[in-house]
Write a protein that binds this ligand. Structure first.
Ligand code: BV8
Ligand code: ZN
Length: 241
């Protein structure tokens, strides 16, 4: 049975790896009840990313953008990590050379206990001052709109990377290192559409890694994977432990 042999091949690759990197997307949080971006229950379904997750949208209508983030904070605040997040924490414990790259802004990897991670699209529980750039954690649900900086009283924005915005340089450097040095890259629960994260699998592959995709459905990246397992992250990841 293909999946069975693929699974045992992947287990052997992971068991034999000295350095493991994991890249996750919204699919790993789907099993916690957090809607994905592009699935049937997708977050973007009612809105277009261009309308909300862009600096222009925030410039034009910060209230609308904060309303949307308050809606997502409300949605996420009741959600808990699932066995897939917990399996990633266990992998971090087993490999002294381990890094997690997540596109998710929901904070569930941290809540599960992940410590060696880059939240490359930011974190919905963090705010950043539009003037003094001070970053602070804020778990108010909802955040009173419009939030202002405790230091300089200027407008706060979500500490999130919007479309058209560059990723944080420190994260990019850390990701490059984690992708170039890993023996195995696991790509879990991402549609492989958003760059630069969508290019990370080929970076690792070019550097000699064995790259495996664990996803509910095929993606544009499936073709370049050494192995592509279809299924739910909360079922597949624990099988690798
Ligand atoms: C940059 C924060 C350059 C927001 C996010 C045209 C116009 C404008 C921009 C572009 C353009 N063309 C290309 C670009 C670049 C753009 C891009 O790639 N756009 C795509 C859409 C074409 N990228 C950017 O703009 C990036 N910045 O390029 O900067 C630059 C350089 C220098 C100087 C200035 C600028 C910034 C990208 C970051 C955008 N921010 N999030 C917010 O969250 O509020 S992206 C957003 O999509 C989320 O972060 C999300 O994580 C990410 C990716 O989505 P996925 O995680 O993959 O989720 P999705 O729903 O798509 O897929 C889920 C998958 O899971 C599915 O495949 C499903 O089958 C599977 N699944 C479901 N359930 C399960 C499961 N799998 C397993 N188990 C399950 N249970
Ligand atoms: Zn400030």
């Amino acid at each position: 049975m293909a999946a069975g042999s693929d699974l045992s091949l992947l287990k052997n690759k992971v068991a034999g790896a000295r350095s493991l990197t994991v890249l996750t997307g919204a699919g790993i949080s789907a099993d916690s009840g957090v809607p994905t971006f592009r699935g049937a229950d997708g977050l973007w379904r009612n809105f277009r990313a261009e309308d909300l997750a862009t600096p222009e949208a925030f410039e034009r209508d910060p209230r609308l953008v904060w309303e949307w983030y308050n809606w997502r904070r409300e949605l996420i605040t009741t959600k808990k990590p699932n066995p897939a997040h917990e399996a990633v924490v266990e992998l971090e414990r087993r490999f002294d050379r381990f890094w997690l790259i997540t596109q998710n802004v929901d904070g569930l990897h941290r809540a599960a206990g992940s410590t060696k991670l880059s939240e490359i699209h930011g974190n919905i529980w963090m705010t950043r001052c539009t003037a003094c750039h001070r970053i602070s954690e804020n778990h108010e649900v909802p955040i009173p709109i419009l939030p202002t900086c405790a230091d300089c009283r200027e407008l706060l924005r979500p500490h999130i990377v919007w479309f058209g915005e560059a990723l944080f340089a420190a994260d990019l450097a850390r990701c490059a290192e984690a992708l170039e040095r890993c023996d195995v890259l696991l790509v879990v629960g991402t549609s492989g559409l958003v760059y630069p994260a969508a290019g990370f699998a080929s970076v690792a592959k070019e550097a000699g890694a064995f790259v495996a995709e664990l996803n509910l459905e095929p993606t544009p990246q499936s073709g370049l994977m050494d192995l592509s397992l279809q299924g739910r992250a909360k079922e597949l990841l624990p099988l690798l432990l």
